[in-house]
Design a protein around this ligand. Structure first.
Ligand code: UD1
Ligand code: CA
Length: 460
């Protein structure tokens, strides 16, 4: 379905002043994150796609972090948290000079898409008498949501909140998903008429429907066919459910785009994870912020990646940790128990096992053996290691930064390197082994004799 945007000017109000008491948290509810992005920013991003003239977020007093999260967009403060209707009233001042459609969104409904909102906006202008539309969904278990009362023509005549609903109303499956599109002038007039005569003594935004209906104005219901995107967050359990909806959708879209996942449910994505075609993701992989996998990358089980780019055909893991600021070249092989931080690894290089590479620029086709590490921190500052191409770093090497190893050099196993190494040289920095012929045999004989003597004296 494709919607043509109407020419009516658009403003958006996002309600986010609620205390979110059911979250049991010191931070405002809408700052809790889904896939690493605060809920309010999910809503804001969908709102921005509608290209509105203005976005006003209603916040509570003492919510500077929330104000910052929506900046540079405007915020208004709702001092008295007296309900969603009261919240919209606070925003109206900032919309005094605006004429057009106002879309009202809930800050705690993060997965709502701009496509759905376009449907809601279109439903508002359905016919001349439709001055508002409500976003709705049909739920098998409607508990907790406002129920929609409709007339024989399918228009909504009232919304009844769960706490005010009688048994018969509670049985209605068509519910208020929380978004409205309203003509701005009508909105001001209706908001002024709301009272708080209900079970929660709150000013319900949802009452504008009843008021409109009494004035003979039609309220259209735009039924969203994908209710999972409209899941509202009132508790930590809801937050976990929303997270899992996002994760499921993301898994499905990556698979549809040609990514193989051996056990999709065990892979966790960030909202901005990018994975190209023909990548293979083994079980139990975690993607932190800003990870990009180019084509054909293979991430083996139990790997943890953050803020990095893995170039085509590279292999990571199992049990690898790729930390922020890392760029792994094409065809590189990063194996088990390897940690890489803020480093660039050249094409085809191999860091196969048990290694730490930090603040390093490594060329192509380097072999960085087991137990080798860069010593990048002196207790005060970080220092850089530069490794050319075709370098062979032996096992258990310490490269004490700042240090540079030029192309083709060999670093002997067990060396602690504190000086730069020229191209094609061998650097060896360890004690020469002393070999004592026959020592072990003599030692064993002496030990055995001593033990036998001890045993004899015990027996006597
Ligand atoms: C609301 C709707 C309900 C709908 C449901 C969908 C009302 C009266 N009820 O219920 O019909 O089915 O959402 O998820 O509108 N807020 C303020 N100021 C306030 C109170 C709330 O800004 O004084 C904000 C909250 O921060 C939140 C949003 O409004 O982001 C919704 O408030 P909430 O208390 O969660 O409403 P619900 O009970 O979920
Ligand atoms: Ca809610």
């Amino acid at each position: 379905m494709k919607f043509v945007m109407s020419d009516t000017p658009l403003a958006i109000i996002i309600l986010a002043a609620g205390m979110g008491t059911r979250m049991k948290s010191d931070k405002p509810k809408v700052l809790h994150e889904v896939a690493g992005k605060p809920m309010i920013n999910w809503v804001l991003d969908s709102a921005l796609k509608l290209k509105p003239q203005k976005i006003i977020t209603v916040i509570g007093p003492d919510m500077p972090a929330l104000k910052k999260a929506v900046a540079p967009h405007e915020t208004v403060i709702q001092k008295d948290r007296n309900g969603t209707g009261g919240a919209v009233k606070c925003a109206l001042n900032a919309l005094k000079d605006f004429k057009g459609d106002v879309v009202i969104l809930l800050g705690d409904c993060p997965l709502i898409t701009s496509k759905t909102l376009k449907g809601l906006i279109k439903a508002r202008s359905e016919d001349l008498l439709t001055e508002l539309s409500v976003l709705s969904m049909e739920l098998e278990e409607p508990k907790g949501y406002g129920r929609l009362i409709t007339n024989k023509d399918g228009y909504v005549t009232a919304i009844i909140e769960e706490k005010d609903a009688k048994a018969k109303e509670k049985a209605i499956n068509l519910v208020n998903a929380g978004a409205f599109c309203v003509n701005s002038e009508k909105l001001s007039s209706w908001i002024g008429k709301i009272d708080s005569d209900n079970a929660q003594n709150e000013y319900y935004l949802t009452d504008i429907v009843k008021i409109a209906s009494k004035e003979g104005v039609n309220c259209a219901s735009f039924v969203c066919k994908t209710p999972s995107e409209l899941k509202g967050c009132n508790s930590r359990a809801d937050l976990a459910e929303i997270e899992s909806i996002f994760q499921d959708n993301t898994r499905n879209s990556f698979m549809a785009a040609g990514v193989t996942m051996l056990e999709p449910n065990s892979v966790h994505f960030h909202h901005d994870t990018k994975i190209a075609q023909d990548c293979i993701i083994e079980p139990n992989v975690f993607f932190g912020p800003a990870v990009k996998l180019e084509k054909g990358v293979h991430i083996k089980a139990y790997s943890y990646l953050e803020d990095c780019i893995i170039r085509s055909e590279a292999t990571i893991g199992p049990f690898a940790r790729i930390r922020p600021g890392t760029d792994i070249g094409s065809d590189a092989r990063i194996g088990n128990f390897v940690e890489i931080k803020k480093s660039k690894i050249g094409k085809g290089s191999k860091i196969g096992h048990l290694a730490y590479v930090g603040d390093t620029i490594m060329g192509e086709d380097v072999n960085f053996s087991a137990g080798a590490i860069t010593v990048n921190y002196d207790g005060f500052q970080k220092h850089q290691t530069i490794i050319g191409k075709n370098v062979m770093v032996g096992s258990n090497v310490n490269l004490v930064a700042p240090v540079a190893i030029d192309d083709g050099a060999f670093i002997a196993a067990g060396s602690t390197i504190t000086e730069d190494v020229p191209a094609d040289a061998l650097s060896i920095a360890r004690d020469v082994a002393e070999v004592r012929q026959g020592w072990a045999a003599k030692y064993r004989k002496l030990k055995a004799a001593a033990l036998a003597k001890k045993k004899r004296s015990k027996a006597s």
